[in-house]
Design a binder for this molecule. Structure first.
Ligand code: AMP
Length: 367
């Protein structure tokens, strides 16, 4: 596959193409505007929240080759807000326009087996795992992994979808059936004490900056809150950031990356295991919008534009809370709180489990 490089950094007035029109695309477009950059969103959903804040948009499927060609000709660089960009779409675009982050990041993050293999080779600790191609692979793998494991589809799993918890006595055939009899991995169950994540950015020149570690709480498999700083000792927090930086380096990455990790007890101390990586801006990085000079969205725009990264330093303590489903109706009460910054995604339809917005509650750091 030939991939087009960007021969020069973008200039104000240039256009960033974004695949995907959800809230992440919307917040990327909002961050590009003050830097004088235009955005063009391509998304099949005519009701995309990103459309109303972008300079232009195209409603088209990711497999619509003529729409992709027109899109590629209209933009100066392409990025994406979701990791499941179909391989042929990314390849088609990459022959015509620079796509950042590049193909390696997509190939690694779209397939849990590739992801685990890559992380292990990069010297990053991951939970033990086994490749599962058929129900018959499960029993012996489960025994080897200590009797409890999580069966995860290799592709298209997110927010706990495509996963089954298995114990020793589990019915392997039923579990395999439940995840659609599709190529999978079985991962050792990790008795974590907390979940954390690191958002890092890497520039074209190889500069890497990681934000502070966020501590994440999920509800019904959906991120509910991110609290920063996380309750980790300084050494473990530095290790977490160094891991994210190493991953970005090893992927020869350009842009913002999210790295999700588990914190495990180890005697009286703790250790980290990386769960997964997301080659994009990440929900657990929304706190950076109000607690840092440069948000993850601006940082991503700077990186893919070939510009220098901004500061990733945090000036405030913060709790980010996702507003899910009808929680968005609390918007007036949130507006009355002087410590809260409200971010709504402009989605017309409120549905249970749908991310409608978020709030960053700020507590300035004492000197
Ligand atoms: P994932 O889709 O891999 O992010 O997993 C969704 C959630 O399932 C995680 O946020 C964890 O709460 C839980 N989980 C995933 N993998 C493991 C594991 N190996 N051990 C224990 N819990 C896990």
């Amino acid at each position: 596959m030939t991939t087009k490089a960007l021969s020069r950094p973008l200039s104000p007035g240039d256009t960033i193409g974004i695949l995907g029109g959800g809230q992440l695309g919307r917040m990327l477009a909002l961050a590009a505007a003050p830097l004088g950059l235009k955005t063009h969103i391509l998304c099949p959903d005519p009701d995309s929240p990103a459309f109303e804040v972008a300079s232009s948009y195209t409603v088209a499927g990711y497999d619509d080759v003529s729409a992709l060609d027109i899109f590629a000709a209209a933009v100066d660089v392409v990025t994406y807000e979701f990791e499941n960009v179909p391989g042929p779409t990314a390849a088609h675009l990459a022959e015509r326009v620079c796509v950042r982050p590049g193909p390696k990041a997509l190939a690694v993050s779209q397939d849990r087996l590739n992801e685990k293999t890559f992380l292990r080779e990069a010297g990053v600790p991951v939970a033990d795992y086994a490749r599962i191609d058929a129900a018959g692979d499960i029993a012996s793998a489960l025994a080897e992994l200590g009797g409890t494991g999580i069966l995860k589809t290799r592709r298209m799993g997110y927010d706990g979808k495509g996963q089954v918890l298995l114990r020793a006595e589990a019915d392997a055939a039923a579990a395999f059936q439940q995840i659609g009899k599709t190529p999978s991995i079985l991962e050792a169950f990790v008795p974590f004490e907390r979940e954390v994540s690191v958002i890092a950015a890497r520039a074209v020149d190889g500069t890497v900056r990681a934000y502070d570690v966020a501590e994440n709480v999920h509800r019904d498999h959906i991120l509910k809150t991110s609290t920063v700083p996380a309750a980790l000792d300084a050494q473990l927090a530095a290790e977490a950031r160094a891991m994210a930086e190493r991953i970005a380096d090893q992927l020869d990455y350009v842009g913002v990356i999210g790295v999700e990790m588990f914190v495990l007890p180890q005697g009286s101390a703790s250790r980290l295991v990386v769960n997964e990586i997301a080659p994009r801006v990440h929900n657990s990085g929304h706190w950076t919008q109000d607690a840092c000079l440069v948000s993850q969205f601006e940082q991503h725009v700077r990186a893919i534009a070939g510009w220098p990264l901004g500061s990733a330093e945090r000036h405030s303590d913060v709790v980010m809370e996702n507003l899910i489903g009808d929680e968005v109706e609390r918007w007036q009460e949130i507006l009355r709180d002087p410590a809260s910054a409200l971010h709504l995604y402009g989605k017309s339809d409120t549905r249970a489990g749908r991310k409608m917005g978020h709030v960053n509650r700020i507590c300035p750091q004492r000197a």
